[in-house]
Design a protein around this ligand. Structure first.
Ligand code: FEO
Length: 178
């Protein structure tokens, strides 16, 4: 059993994590439209990670004998002024998610829900990486400015990020002809 305030906040967080996946897919589509294939790839991997985050809350709620409530995902931004703005937005988004995770931890502690704390601590730790990844790329984009050679070098570097095994976000993992 999970007390209602925390259950509601966790169901909201599932929505935020799924929305995060949708946001990163939208960013992947933008980069693909600009032929920045490495950045598009990085965003697809990130979109997969966000589904995993959503499913961690999904399973926790079910394991605790409660019901998952899925909510609408709102219409998202589909265009940006330039590639750097995308990375700035990604970093801002991760800061928002960090504040939401911290709020979940506060509620869990207030309600003395010790069973939820290990899950939430995992997310507290994960958000360090989520922020550092997007912040670092955003700062690298600031250094690159209008240097197209630097942009393509960073794009090539971001193309090396690995998908989790068998990810349906990995275009090499499925054959559209089948
Ligand atoms: Fe699930 Fe990127 O935070």
């Amino acid at each position: 059993m999970i007390k209602q305030e925390l259950l509601d906040a966790m169901n909201d967080q599932i929505n935020y994590e799924l929305e995060s996946s949708y946001i990163y897919l939208s960013m992947a589509a933008y980069f693909a439209s600009m032929n920045l294939d490495g950045m598009a790839h990085w965003m697809r991997v990130q979109a997969h990670e966000e589904i995993i985050h959503a499913m961690k809350f999904f399973d926790h709620i079910i394991d605790r004998g409660e019901k998952v409530i899925l909510k609408d995902v709102k219409q998202l931004k589909t265009n940006w002024s330039n590639p750097k703005q995308v990375w700035d937005n990604a970093y801002e988004h991760e800061q928002l998610i960090t504040s939401r995770i911290n709020n979940l931890m506060s509620i869990a502690r207030k309600l003395q829900d010790f069973t939820s704390e290990p899950l939430l601590q995992w997310f507290v730790n994960e958000q360090i990486e989520e922020e550092v990844n997007t912040s670092k790329i955003s700062q690298q984009m600031a250094l690159i400015k209008e240097d197209s050679q630097g942009l393509f070098m960073l794009d090539a570097q971001l193309a090396t990020r690995s998908f989790p095994a068998g990810s349906c976000f990995d275009p090499t993992a499925y054959n559209v002809a089948n």
